[in-house]
Design a protein around this ligand. Structure first.
Ligand SMILES: *Cc1c(COP(=O)(O)O)cnc(C)c1O
Length: 394
């Protein structure tokens, strides 16, 4: 048993899929708990009865309260919260709103997420800005000292990844933000893999902009995300519609002053309600309890894998997340995933594209990822390790 304060019986009752399968892919797309499902499905049903407009009007108060729920969870004010349809949409809205001109610099880390990187390199080329990579320290984490060396007044943005998609790393983002702010740079934090499995609070980390997804560790519906924009951050939003701005004839456009300038008018109300339910659910369990539980499970899993001959664990960093990356000698990542699926175990397999800088530096082309959430039982971790031990090359 893990001594971590999780009521395993209760959370597993809320998560039928966790009983039927050994689900180790919360870094991919987790299992939403019953309260999230109920909220989402009942709203779809209501839409089928009275139409989407009236169904939404009936839940207007709850939708509005959602901003306070997200703000409370993410350590900011309700006015600093925008709901979006994914972490990538959140991230892109923030990134494209950061003024960037010829000669400016953007700093990224070796953990940079593939989709963020393509947007950064593409835009930098378009405007004539320069992108530099912050080196990692000997543990594989972002080197805060090296960041300090790289900063100058030309650096307009530092893009950080809290927990990358491909390794167990947790970056020292709080320290990195402080250093970046000393030099006057804005910080955009990708908290996609950290929110919901560990404490991610804007008031503690200090980042100006934070992107979050619903479908991973938060256990919300797919197609949901949150963007935090701290008050006072000077941005120039470009992705606006009549929800975020008002048109006054003939040609004046007035932007909202809060974070909702980054939202569009249209969204899936059922999914938004599901995400709000997921935020409440996580908050009820308590993020510190969740963090301990996830660390305990990932730690046990990592340790167990390390002891299996032919298995190589690829995790880096001194502080570790709930992501465990590994490979099995002689068996490709996809084949490992498929073989485990045959034993009712869900993991994911991926190539290098999610974190190309880090993967290339370490000479890795693919990996298997196991990411246990708090609803995974100790017996299931043991069964998983047994199944991996039993894998043999085809
Ligand atoms: C999954 C992931 C994203 C993208 O999240 P979406 O919700 O699919 O947009 C961004 N950053 C990291 C580190 C991720 O792992």
């Amino acid at each position: 048993m893990f001594d971590d304060g999780i009521d395993l019986e209760a959370v597993r009752t809320d998560t039928p899929g966790a009983r039927e399968r050994i689900f180790l892919d919360s870094a991919g797309s987790s299992l939403p708990p019953e309260p999230v499902l109920r909220e989402t499905i009942s709203h779809l049903r209501r839409e089928s009865e009275v139409g989407g407009y009236r169904a939404a009007a009936e839940r207007a108060d709850d939708l509005e309260k959602g901003y306070a729920v997200a703000a409370n969870f993410l350590g900011c004010e309700p006015e600093e919260v925008a709901f979006t349809e994914s972490a990538t949409r959140s991230w892109l809205n923030a990134f494209t709103a950061v003024p960037l001109a010829e000669g400016d610099r953007v700093l990224i880390s070796e953990a940079e997420y593939g989709s963020n990187a393509v947007a950064i390199y593409h835009r930098a080329r378009l405007v004539g800005a320069q992108v530099d990579v912050i080196p990692s320290d000997s543990t594989g984490a972002l080197d805060v000292g090296a960041l300090r060396e790289l900063l100058d007044e030309r650096v307009k943005l530092v893009s950080l990844v809290h927990a990358p998609t491909n390794s167990g790393l947790v970056n020292p983002v709080r320290e990195a933000v402080a250093v970046a702010h000393d030099a006057g740079a804005l910080v955009l934090l990708d908290a996609c893999q950290s929110a919901g499995q560990m404490r991610v609070r804007a008031d503690e980390i200090g980042a100006d902009l934070i992107s979050v997804t619903g479908r991973k560790w938060l256990r919300g519906p797919r197609g949901t995300g949150v963007l935090v924009v701290r008050d006072g951050v000077e941005l120039c939003p470009t992705q606006i519609d009549q929800h975020g701005a008002t048109w006054r004839i003939p040609d004046s456009v007035e932007l909202r002053s809060d974070a909702r300038v980054h939202e569009l008018w249209e969204f899936s109300v059922a999914d938004r309600l599901g995400l709000i339910a997921a935020l409440r659910y996580a908050d009820e369990i308590g993020i510190d309890v969740i963090e301990r539980a996830v660390r305990a499970r990932a730690g046990a899993l990592r340790e167990g894998l390390t002891g299996i001959p032919r298995v190589r664990v690829h995790d880096i960093g001194a502080v570790r997340s709930g992501i465990v990356s590994f490979s099995v000698d002689g068996i490709g990542a996809e084949a490992v995933k498929d073989a485990l699926r045959g034993k009712r175990i869900t993991v994911s397999a991926a190539g290098a594209h999610g974190a190309l800088l880090d993967m290339s530096r370490r000479g890795l082309t693919e990996f298997v990822r196991a990411s246990p959430h708090y609803f995974v039982s100790p017996e299931q971790i043991s069964s998983f390790l047994e199944a991996v031990s039993g894998l043999s090359p085809a």
